[in-house]
Design a protein around this ligand. Structure first.
Ligand code: NAP
Length: 246
């Protein structure tokens, strides 16, 4: 499989890249600024048995997204797996205190960036458009159904848009042999929480979930990989919670 993973330099994207490597897949490792982290992901994929290339690009910029797909196709051929994972949070605060710049960045990265990546896959993956079919996995969040009040309702709303994208696009692309699903992680122990001003957030709040702990990036990656493979061949339009019962 030729799988392009956005935001694969760290966290959930990186864990997904490593598991894809174990399957001996060709992996496009997208990152925006952390080149060293992307390089260590490449090493992990190769050590695990896969092939990998680093793909710098900001998913909120159309020309960068086109470049990601074009560069990957040049080296490995048609992309038949896409993990739309790149995403950001921001400092905890009520909506009343959020600046326009913050809101724009949140929606540009999480919503526009994801839609641009999904659109590119919709243009390239269907056999009718010269592709080989495929599977798209969108990384949403449990926040889309919880709302993240007084933390980041903007982030929660950006993920709500991704749930809608999953439902709608799965119906557009199902007849074209492209499956579209989402995973909705809960409190996962990655560096993303540093942006909220509370790096221990996942560990602390994870204790209050039914499984009484934060999840790991690997546990989310397992679900993503399942949705990419034929093991999930009759699953499309699903929102798969990986949230410890939260
Ligand atoms: P993370 O550790 O902060 O990693 C974020 C990744 O996204 C990095 O590889 C980063 O690249 C990349 N990225 C950020 N902005 C980008 C942009 N504009 N263009 C391209 N890449 C960009 O985050 P994570 O916790 O693994 O989160 C991954 C996804 O899971 C996100 O969509 C997040 O919303 C979702 N999620 C996470 C949790 C959680 O508790 N961790 C829960 C629910 C959902 P650089 O290294 O170059 O900065």
């Amino acid at each position: 499989m030729n799988v392009l993973i956005t935001g694969a330099s760290r966290g959930i994207g990186r864990a997904t890249a490593r598991l894809a490597g174990e399957k001996h897949w060709n992996v496009g490792v997208n990152y925006v600024r952390n080149e060293d982290a992307a390089k260590s992901t490449l090493e992990e994929v190769k050590t695990a048995g896969g092939q990998a290339m680093a793909l710098q690009g900001d998913v909120s910029r159309e020309k960068d997204v086109l470049k990601l797909f074009n560069s990957m196709e040049k080296v490995y051929g048609a992309v038949n797996g896409l993990v739309i994972n790149a995403g950001i949070t921001a400092q905890r605060m009520p909506l009343a205190d959020m600046s326009l710049d913050r809101l724009k960045k949140m929606f540009d990265t999480n919503v526009l960036g994801s839609y641009l990546c999904a659109r590119e896959a919709a243009r390239r993956m269907p056999q009718a458009r010269g592709g080989n079919g495929g599977s798209i996995v969108i990384v949403s969040s449990a926040a889309s159904r919880l709302g993240a009040s007084n933390e980041y309702v903007d982030y929660a709303g950006s993920k709500g848009a991704l749930d809608s994208l999953t439902l709608g696009l799965s119906k557009e692309l199902g007849p074209l042999r492209v499956r579209v699903n989402a995973v909705r992680p809960g409190l996962i122990d990655t560096e993303i929480h540093e942006a909220s001003g509370d790096s221990e957030r996942a560990i602390r709040l994870g204790k209050q979930t039914p499984l009484q702990r934060a999840g790991t990036a690997d546990e989310v990656a397992e679900a993503i990989i399942w949705l990419l493979t034929p093991a999930s061949s009759y699953v499309t339009g699903a929102l798969v919670d990986v949230a410890g019962g939260r």
